[in-house]
Design a protein around this ligand. Structure first.
Ligand code: UD1
Length: 379
């Protein structure tokens, strides 16, 4: 079959966590007979949140950039839909492929399904069972209108079956985010290089205890002043035992400033950094003694790297990282965070249980499995 006559797949990315998921899929589809187009919704638009990921991960330039930008959930979702519809009309794809759980995911899935175009969802079936998370709503709704659902862990199939999704639509293929990690881990930027030029760098590079990495951006953690202040006080406390490198998400940066909480991070044992590129984050995480985060993807990446992770949320949609991997779900209670950190930092445990194991099919070949199944399905 020549490419021109082959079925056409319109792939969608929008926000930072989408980029590492789409990269291996674009590669695998390029090697398949299928025609592929890439649409960037522009949900994330800063250099630090967008361009450097395309360059570092070798993602092809998007065929279309919708330049949607920020807004309330309603405005952002509606704007993606409004701008995506004419693209679908012009391209007439045989399927629309969406990844993850961001607003761009549900917006584009909704446009496609209303037009009778099959929706393919990569990273389907994850559930935190916490509907206050905007991503949880995006996950449930995207899965309901998807025709082909690719999962990263076995529990996802059970979640989908409970929600009435037909078994034959679900395919357990592994984790495309880990495809990207395995492909790039050797090119990770060394921590010395990431920190060069920052005043506190010597504290981190000469620390006998090593260092920790901290990320924080969930609205439930950073939008509420009481929760954010309590978290920052606790993390500052941990930094006295383990110096912390803190790449700050734009949402968090603006909240810390607006709430006048900057002084809580002003210690030589906390190094704030601007949002980092993929290879820089990989370099920071892979040598960390401990990672503290509220991100979804980082829970999976630390499990693949074998680095202990404390998740600053009450639940996870990625239970395998806690059951088999290095993740501990701790929540935001200061005492629980401190005691989890102390436990991990005590030598015996960090060499024992928290070493974890890499989950089934997180082997670097998930995207290839997706391409094979998708090609067959579209025929
Ligand atoms: C979004 C995703 C979240 C994901 C996160 C990773 C949804 C519902 N949320 O959250 O699942 O974990 O991305 O980053 O889709 N901003 C910039 N520059 C940018 C993008 C955003 O400065 O390039 C600022 C803006 O002030 C914006 C705020 O960050 O209002 C939040 O951005 P938004 O895309 O709404 O949500 P995230 O919190 O990034």
């Amino acid at each position: 079959m020549t490419k021109q006559l082959a079925p056409k797949v319109l792939c969608v990315v929008g926000a930072r966590p989408n980029f590492m998921k789409i990269a291996p899929i674009m590669d695998a589809l390029a090697a398949s007979p299928l025609q592929v187009r890439l649409v960037h919704t522009g949900q994330h638009y800063d250099e630090a949140m967008k361009h450097q990921f395309f360059n570092q991960l070798g993602i092809p330039r998007p065929d279309m950039d919708l330049e949607v930008g920020s807004g309330s959930h309603a405005v952002q979702t509606a704007e993606v839909m409004r701008r995506f519809e004419p693209v679908v009309d012009a391209e007439q794809p045989n399927a629309v492929l969406v990844v993850g759980d961001v607003n761009s995911t549900i917006a584009c899935a909704l446009v496609a399904s209303k037009k009778g175009i099959p929706v393919v969802h990569v990273e389907a079936g994850l559930r935190s069972y916490d509907r206050t998370m905007p991503e949880e709503i995006n996950r449930i709704l995207t899965d309901q209108i998807s025709d082909l659902l690719f999962t990263t862990e076995r529990s996802a199939r059970d979640n989908l079956l409970r929600e009435g999704i037909a078994d034959e639509r679900i395919h357990f293929v592994g984790n495309v985010m880990i495809d990207t990690l395995l492909r790039h881990v050797k090119q990770a930027v060394p921590v010395e290089q990431v920190l060069s030029g920052f005043v506190n760098a010597p504290v981190f590079l000469q620390s006998a205890t090593g260092y920790g990495v901290l990320t924080l951006h969930r609205p439930s953690n950073v939008d509420d002043p009481v929760v954010l202040e309590r978290l920052l006080v606790t993390l500052r406390n941990i930094s006295e035992r383990l110096p912390l490198i803190f790449p700050v998400h734009p949402r968090t940066e603006s909240r810390i400033k607006a709430l006048g909480l900057e002084s809580l991070t002003l210690t030589p044992r906390i190094q704030r950094l601007p949002p980092q590129g993929y290879l820089e984050m990989l370099g920071l995480m892979s040598r960390a003694r401990l990672v503290l985060t509220d991100s979804g993807g980082i829970q999976e990446e630390t499990t693949a790297l074998g680095v202990p992770c404390i998740t600053l949320r009450e639940s996870t949609e990625r239970p395998i990282t806690a059951e088999q991997g290095t993740n501990t779900i701790v929540g935001t209670d200061p005492e629980k965070i401190l005691s989890a950190a102390n436990e991990i930092l005590s030598e015996a445990l960090s060499k024992g249980r928290k070493a974890g194991q890499v989950p089934e099919l997180w082997d670097g070949r998930a995207a290839q499995r997706i391409a094979v199944i998708l090609e067959k399905w579209l025929k």
